[in-house]
Design a protein. Sequence first.
Lengths: 661, 80
Amino acid sequence: MNDHGKNSQLTIALAGNPNAGKTTLFNSLTGLKQKVANYPGVTVERKEGPWTLDGKTVNLIDLPGLYSLDATSLDEQIASDIIRGDQEGVPKPDAIIAVVDATNLERNLYLVTQMFEFGVPVVVALTMIDVFEKQGHEIDIEMLSAQLKTPVIAVNAKSGRGTQELADKVAGVIGTTPEIPYEYRQEDPNSGPHGKIFARYNFIANVVQESVWHSDHQSHRVTDKIDRVLTHKFFGLLILVAILLLVFQTIFSWASLPMDLLEKGFGAVGDFVKAEMPPGMLTDLLVDGIIAGVGGVVVFLPQILLLFLFISLLEDSGYMARAAFLLDKLMSRVGLHGKAFLPLISSFACAIPGIMATRTIESRRDRFATIMIAPFMSCSARLPVYTLMIGAFFGGKYVLGFVSVGALLMLIMYSIGIIVAIIVAAILKRTVLKAPPPPFLMELPPYRLPNLRTVLQNMITRAWLFLKRAGTVILAISIILWALMYFPRSSQEPVASSQIIEIAGNEQPSTKTIQLPESEQLKYSYAGKLGHAIEPVIRPLGFDWKIGVALIASFAAREVLVSTLSIIYNVGKEENEESETLISAVRDAKTDDGKPAWTPLTALTLMVFFVLAMQCMSTIAVVRRETNSWSWPLFMTAYMTALAYIAALITYQGGKALGFE
Amino acid sequence: MPKSSEKMTLTELPIGIDARVVAVNGESRVTRRLLEMGVIPGVSIQKIKMAPFGDPVEIRVRGYSLAMRRTESDAIEVSI
C-alpha cells in the first residue's frame, strides 16, 4: 500500500494551558516545516509539523490552548476530541506532551490530571523553570515526576535545553498506559457534582507541597508594578489609546512604501506582459484580469504583516488581556466581550484579519455579533475611494480657517461606521443573537518579552493564509469581473458594430476588428448593461449608469471602484487614486444627457454608501468560513447594503432638499 | 474556630484583603469553569483591582491573575 508509511507514522499531541509556552516549544521542535490548516467544518486552526523521535519522523500536533478538557469553547472541544481519538482525520495520539508552566503549577497541573483519564501516555514538559528559579523558588523535578507517576522534563525552547531528553522520554512511554495517580470514588456521597474537581485539586496540592519550595518572593511583583500604570483607571485608558494610535500610524506609514513598490511591481509586470505577448484576449485577461485583480489585493500584504506583527507582540507580551480588561465594561454595554475590541480595531486595517481574530472569543453568539459588525470599521480599502472623492471635490478647502474639510470628512466617515456598528451590535444582541451575558473569565498572564521566533512564525502563517486566498477566491472573482467588463466584444454585437462605423467615421466598414476605446467597449459589456439595468435604483442617489458599473465592480473589492472609474473615464491603467488626471476626469465627467456626472453631494453620497455597504468578496468568503454557513454572510451582505442604500438616499435627497448640489 | 470570620461575596470583598473561598454557588458551566480554574472552597483569594468602570475585577488565586465580571464574583462566597 502506498500510504502505508503515512498510516504507521506516530502522532504526538502537544497540549497545555494558554500562555504556558506551548507555541514556542512547538516552533522549536518542528522548525519551519509546520503546516497550518483548519479542522473540517470548524474554524479552529490545525497546526502540525514533523518531529524526529528516536530516528523516526513523527507527526506533532499542536492542540489549541486550553484550561480543561471539559470543553466550554470550540477550541477545547476540538482538543479533547483529538485526545479521545474522536476528531475526524486525526488519528488518536500515541502520546501527549503536556506543557506545564512552572510559575503557574497548580492550575496547569489540573489539565494534566484530566489527561491521565484518557488512557494515552503523558510526558510533562516543564517550561518557564528559569523564571521560576530566578524568583527564588525551587522545584524537585524527580519528586514531581514520582508523584505524578509520569516523566517530567524541564525544557527551554530558546536554548534547546531538555528537548533531546523530551524526545527520549516520549519515545519511551509510547505503548504504555498511564496510571491515574489520584483516587476518586464516584460513590462518595459528600463529593457533590464537582467532587472530581475537588479530588484533582487536593491531589495537586499534595504534589506541589512535596515537590516545590516557595520563597517569600512574590512572583508577580514585576507584573504588578507594570500593571499599576498599564491598568490604571485613568492612565491605563490613556496609554491604551496611545498604543492604538501608534500601531495604526505605524501600519499606515510603514506599509506605504512596500505597498507602493508592490503596486508598481504589478504594474510593471502587467506592462511587460502587454508588451511581450501578442495583443488579444489572453493578454487582456492576464493583464487586466489576473495581474491587476490579484495585484490589487496583494498590495495589502504589507499592512496585514504589520498588523499581525503588532497583534503578536501585544498578545505575547500579555498586554492584550489587559486591554480587554480595561474595555470590557464599555464593550459589554453593547453586549460584546472585552476581547471583541481587538478584532474590531484590526478591522480598521482590514476586516479579514479582524474577523479571523474573533477566534479568541469563546461565546459563539458574541463572536458572531463581532463578525457581523467588523466590516463597518472603515478599512484601508475604503481609503482610495475616500481619497479620490475628497481630492476631486473637497481638496484644499478649510472650515474655520484651518480645519481641512478632507480630514473632517474622513473623521466623519470613520465615526459613521463606528456608530452604526454599535447600534447594530446592540440590536443583534437583543434579537437574533440574544443570550444571557456570557461568562467572563480571563487570565491576566504575567508580562513577558515576546519570543521573536513565535512572532515571526505567526506573521508568516497569516501572510501565507492571506496569499492563498488571493490566489484562489480573489483570482476567480477577478476573472469573472474582467469577463463581465470585456464581453461581449463590440464586434459580436450588431448594435455595437453599427456604432463602431459611426464612431470610426471614415474607416473602412470592412474593418471588423476596430478597437473601440475601452470606455465605449464597457458600455456594451455585460457590466455596462448591468449598470444601465440598475440605473433606476441608483438614480435617487444621484448616480448615473457609469457610476453604477463602478459600483457593481466594487462589490468584489471596494478599491476596484477607483480602477473601474479610470477605465470608464478612459484615463488609462497607470493612474491611481492620487492621479491628477483621474481626479480631473471625475470632475469633468458628464452623464449621457450632458450634465456633470459628479457634484460634491454625489461624492459625499458615494462615501456614505462605501462606509456601510458590504463590498468585499474576500470578507464574504472569510465570514462563510468562520461561521461555517452561507446564511450569515448573505445576511450580512443584505443588511449592510440595505443600510448603505438608505443612508446614501438620506444623504443625497436630504442634501438636495437643503439646497446643496 | 473562635476567630471572627466575616462572610461576604467576592464582589463585596475590599481590594487587597486576604480572604478564603467558602463556596462557589450555582450549577452552571461558569461555576464549573471557576472551580476548574482553581477557585474552590478553601483556597486563598485576593482582589487586586477594578477596571476603570468598576467592572470587571482582577483577582489573584493560586498565584495567577484572573479577571471576572460582577456576575461571576457575586457567585463566590468568601470569608476574611
